[in-house]
Design a protein around this ligand. Structure first.
Ligand code: F6P
Length: 363
């Protein structure tokens, strides 16, 4: 096995609370092994522009444990296997993955720890096949990776959403209004489900359970028969109508492969207003969910993931992603890591309990 002297760390995809905690753990535990750590800027893009790489010392990561975002910068564009480049006045897609491999060699790296969601991990899998000794660390507020029980960032996003619901309750109650709150989560309903239950929602709409707007309105009408007349609806950004419609927004980001979800809360609010006569407002919580201080839980998982990734490098077990299988942090192959999305199971305890509490899923 090759002796490890110099490793790199990168963050890719949407930012997520806890990224800095992983970077810190990687730097501190690697330096304690006598290794040098290089910070790659803006995901894999940083391996195409090696002059952006910089050495990370414990002093560079001091005080970042409780800070959201990532000190390395990130992007959810720039897949090196399908990079959009300008040729004359045309934009064409080019495979520059060999240049990424060259960048890795130029920096004289022995390993790369790539922190990211499913997009980043798929690229990591493909770069591993090109010979880069790579370890993946899963991050996403969406918690939608089947291979790990939880991703860091999710707990913070749910806490932020729950906090918003608590605040909206007093204004809804004062005006006898219904508030419809759109939360993130991409094609999985985890953030909506967990924050909806914790925030006392009357209706929770998730992508896994297509909703019937008439049933949503029926629940709101019932809710207004109670002494406290207000309603809270939490809707996941990818919640779809029983007719199959999902709401997306125009996105002008060049090179973005994923559609930008959004608009469902406004639709639901308008329908409630029109069909029930109840004064209704919608709001999109958006990126507020991803911002701010990571929770204790997320800092802990992030730190454990960073240290576990370094242990995998030490053992030479490349092409793998660390994952939480409580109480252990284990690892799976990158292929397994990206093979299955984790949706909310329809018969899971949270859904059953929510229904017992009278929460409607619009079905
Ligand atoms: O995957 C994380 C996430 O926040 C999703 O929940 C959301 O759909 C998407 O990213 C938003 O992307 P962007 O930050 O590019 O607007």
């Amino acid at each position: 096995m090759k002796e490890i002297k110099r490793i790199a760390v990168s963050t890719g995809g949407g930012d997520c609370p806890g990224l800095n905690a992983v970077i810190r753990a990687v730097v501190k535990s690697s330096v304690n092994l006598g290794w040098e750590v290089i910070g790659i800027q803006k995901g894999f893009e940083g391996l195409l522009h090696t002059d952006m790489a910089k050495s990370l010392h414990p002093r560079d990561v001091a005080g970042i444990l409780n800070i959201g975002g990532t000190i390395l910068g990130t992007t959810n564009r720039g897949n090196p296997f399908q990079l959009e480049v300008k040729v004359g006045n045309k934009t064409v897609t080019k495979d520059v993955s060999n240049d990424v491999v060259k960048g890795f060699k130029k920096l004289k790296l022995d390993a790369l720890i790539a922190i990211g969601g499913d997009g980043t991990l798929k690229i990591a899998r493909d770069l591993a096949m090109k010979g880069i000794p790579i370890i993946g660390v899963p991050k996403t507020i969406d918690n939608d990776l089947e291979a790990t029980v939880i991703t860091f960032g999710f707990d913070t996003a749910v806490s932020n959403a729950t906090d918003a619901l608590d605040k909206l309750q007093s204004t809804a109650e004062s005006h006898e209004r219904t508030m419809v709150v759109e939360v993130m989560g991409r094609y999985a309903g985890w953030i909506a489900l967990n924050s909806g239950i914790a925030g006392g929602a009357d209706v929770i709409l998730i992508p896994e359970i297509p909703f019937d707007i008439e049933k949503v309105c029926r629940k709101i009408k019932e809710r207004y028969k109670e002494p406290k007349k207000y309603g809270i609806v939490v809707v996941a950004e990818a919640a779809k109508m029983k007719e199959g419609k999902m709401f997306t927004k125009e996105c002008k980001d060049k090179g973005r492969q994923e559609p930008l979800l959004g608009g469902v809360a406004q639709y639901v609010a308008t329908e409630i207003h029109d069909r029930t006569g109840v004064e209704t407002r919608s709001m999109v919580l958006g990126h507020l969910q991803r911002g701010g201080t990571p929770t204790t839980f997320d800092r802990l998982v992030a730190t454990r993931f960073g240290c576990a990734a370094v242990r995998l490098v030490q053992k030479g077990e490349f092409g793998r992603m660390v994952c939480l299988r409580p109480p252990e942090v284990l690892s799976v192959t990158l292929e397994e890591a990206v093979s299955k999305m984790k949706s909310v199971p329809l018969n899971c305890d949270s859904i059953v309990s929510a229904r017992q509490m009278g929460i409607s899923f619009g079905d």
